[in-house]
Design a binder for this molecule. Structure first.
Ligand code: HEM
Length: 235
């Protein structure tokens, strides 16, 4: 008679366990940055966004017609695109409710939608020691992404039911939808760059949910101080 060895059960990593439903806490040498529900929501936003991109671009111009094959043809894209758009908007809306309290601008962050943002992108701006959980650029991106999602939804609804609107409004809807999409795409490329290769250690906050102490001290010293009670300038 043969016996089957029981599967070896490794104890669950404590940081991953805590990151299921808590954030802004220190576990060993890691800080929980995004709890599981926030991470899932962020990935629903990302998947529905790219779903809209890949179903929308072949509708926009035949240059991207090859993308339609990913979904079974242009007819399928025309049906899927508006529904994915509604799903994208709703997931952004939930994300706004989830993160709004951390995304309020402080008075000293007001300059972030001007030259400061450009200096930050060029690595000319040194992170100041008061930067909290999110810096001004992240807050700016968060609110403009919300506004962009609303613009895409409203113009998209008009394009879905063109008979219900006068011609001049329809032309405006096309303009708003296309311009918002182009701006959104540029912003998302920068967002992905910053969240991956530009700032190593950031991406894991959206997978594992945690960052290292070192990462937090470097990029978000005010948040580090608040979570650990330690001075971020101390070596
Ligand atoms: C595959 C693509 C994406 C990657 C790799 C990515 C990566 C990340 C990462 C690592 C963070 C955490 C940053 C931190 O904790 O400091 C984050 C936050 C965020 N993501 Fe994404 N993301 C993607 C797509 C999107 C899309 C499509 C949106 C659309 C609205 C979006 C909106 C946000 C927002 C608003 C935040 C919080 C503010 C910020 O950190 O900039 N992300 N993302």
């Amino acid at each position: 008679m043969s016996t089957v060895a029981p599967p070896s059960r490794r104890p669950m990593d404590p940081a991953v366990l805590v990151a299921r439903d808590q954030e802004d806490v220190l576990v060993g040498n890691e800080i929980i940055r995004h709890k599981l529900s926030s991470r899932v929501l962020h990935w629903v936003v990302a998947v529905t966004f790219f779903g809209c991109v890949f179903t929308g671009m072949p509708i926009w111009t035949p240059v991207f017609g090859w993308m339609a094959h990913l979904f079974g043809g242009l007819t399928v894209c025309r049906v899927l695109h508006p529904w994915l758009g509604v799903a994208f908007f709703l997931s952004v809306l939930f994300e706004i409710f989830d993160w709004a309290s951390d995304m309020r601008f402080r008075s000293d962050e007001k300059g972030w939608w001007g030259p400061k943002l450009i200096r930050y992108m060029r690595w000319e701006e040194v992170d100041d020691e008061n930067v909290g959980k999110y810096n001004g650029g992240q807050k700016f991106f968060f609110w403009t992404a919300g506004l962009g999602a609303l613009g895409l939804l409203l113009s998209g609804l008009m394009m879905w039911f063109p008979q219900s609107f006068p011609k001049i409004l329809m032309q405006l809807a096309y303009l708003v939808h296309d311009a918002t999409f182009i701006l959104f795409m540029v912003a998302i490329i920068f967002h992905i760059y910053l969240g991956t290769v530009a700032e190593p250690g950031t991406f894991r906050s959206m997978t594992r949910g945690t960052v290292t102490r070192k990462w937090a001290r470097l990029h978000h010293p005010g948040w580090y101080r608040q979570v650990t009670g330690e001075d971020p300038r101390r070596p």
